[in-house]
Design a protein around this ligand. Structure first.
Ligand SMILES: [Zn+2]
Ligand SMILES: [Zn+2]
Length: 401
């Protein structure tokens, strides 16, 4: 056995080391000779102290005194930084970690040590990639009211569920549980997902499953942020959704109106995704949810999915078309136009103004693009819209003449 003081010192140092791997000031990496940031030059004493501590303890480690808890922390350490790989190569940490997790999967009751191991696993980003069977067993037991784990640990498990997914689209993804107020189950802001405290409590205290619909809804919003920031266009809805978001950002009237809110593409797609993802996840845990309940919880009942292409919104009692509203809005916003290349299918810059491409220009572009079917779909819609615009204009010209 490793002396308890050594063990605590080691675990503590590993936690501090891992927290300090990237420069807090600039995100840069440190030089392990000088412990200065290679980018901004600031020195990190905490990193230095923990690094030296860990290296002073490693020689005392051997296969007999490295227990399960130490194994998990060493696994965390070598997966956070390559710098200890050589010093720890005698331990097969991946294999040992996997077998610890496999063993936990078979347990019905957890003792104090198990709980410590679970805490380590579910509070560390390093374990996000590890297989999720254990996590799902734990969450299933909460629904079945067969759970003896603390609320704090269950919250970490939920956090693991969210982050193991959202980290795939951004390393900046975060998860928070907060009081979000009346009637708000969750919120998404960029790559941050917020869950309402009450939804979490209802899950932990009563096994309420609505949490599994709230979370995918918000995760869909973060995915939309990703699609928009990368300029990805898979269908005409992607551009329409971006237009709506930009209009909402600059014209809050559109957003703060209940009727518009349920027609908002972001909400429609988030509800539809929540409906599917929530139901599938619960099914994978062995739960059948009635169609009626799913419709209610996911919010899909409020939306007519066949109207995903509905561009009409209400502003001060008047119906407006967000396509037209956007064309007007973007005219003098060159910066925004160049920030989002996905707008370049439909618009162009001419004499300092952002304007629609003509039908002929769109036809030309479609002919020369690389036989991408989804792109062809998009062009066909844009051409139809351009045709409608231009024939209306032609008619007006004839009437004037
Ligand atoms: Zn720095
Ligand atoms: Zn939403």
């Amino acid at each position: 056995m490793l002396n308890q003081n050594y063990k605590e010192n080691l675990i503590n140092s590993i936690n501090i080391f891992c927290k300090n791997i990237n420069c807090l000031g600039c995100g840069g990496t440190y030089n392990y000779q000088t412990f200065t940031c290679e980018f901004c030059g600031s020195i990190n004493e905490e990193l230095k102290k923990s690094y030296l501590n860990i290296f002073s303890i490693i020689p005392y480690l051997n296969k007999d005194n490295v227990d399960k808890e130490i194994t998990l922390y060493l696994y965390k350490l070598v997966n956070s930084s390559d710098i200890f790989n050589h010093a720890l190569e005698q331990f097969d940490l991946t294999k040992e970690t996997n077998s610890i997790i496999k063993e936990l999967e078979t347990k019905v009751e957890y003792n104090d040590l198990d709980t410590k191991l679970l805490e380590c696993i579910f509070s560390n980003d390093i374990f996000l990639d590890i297989d999720n069977v254990l996590r799902d067993i734990i969450l299933r037991n909460v629904i079945l009211r067969k759970n003896s784990l603390s609320k704090e640990l269950i919250e970490k498990t939920i956090s693991h569920l969210v982050l193991s997914d959202t980290r795939n689209i951004s390393k900046d993804s975060r998860f928070y549980i907060r009081n979000l107020g009346e009637n708000v189950g969750g919120l998404a802001f960029h790559y941050y997902v917020y869950l309402d405290r009450e939804v979490m409590d209802n899950f932990y205290d009563k096994g309420d499953i609505s949490i599994f619909y709230v979370l995918p809804h918000e995760m869909m919003h973060t995915y939309r942020t990703y699609v928009e920031s990368k300029g990805i266009v898979g269908s005409i809805y992607d551009t329409l959704a971006l237009k709506e978001r930009l209009l909402r950002e600059y014209n809050q009237d559109i957003y703060y109106n209940d009727k518009n809110y349920v027609k908002n593409l972001h909400e429609i797609e988030a509800n539809a995704f929540s409906y599917r993802a929530g139901t599938n996840y619960l099914k994978s845990l062995g739960f059948e949810i009635s169609e009626e309940a799913v419709l209610n919880i996911s919010g899909v009942i409020n939306n007519d999915l066949t109207r995903l292409d509905n561009p009409l919104r209400e502003i001060e009692g008047k119906l407006v078309n967000i396509n037209e509203l956007f064309a007007n809005f973007i005219k003098d916003k060159k910066d925004l136009f160049y920030k989002y290349p996905q707008l370049h299918y439909e618009f162009k810059e001419e004499e300092g103004q952002v304007i629609y491409k003509s039908k002929m220009e769109l036809v030309d572009e479609m002919t020369f693009q690389n036989k991408d079917e989804s792109l062809e779909e998009i062009y066909l819609t844009l051409i139809k819209n351009a045709n409608d615009r231009e024939s209306i204009k032609d008619k007006n010209d004839i009437l004037k003449s």
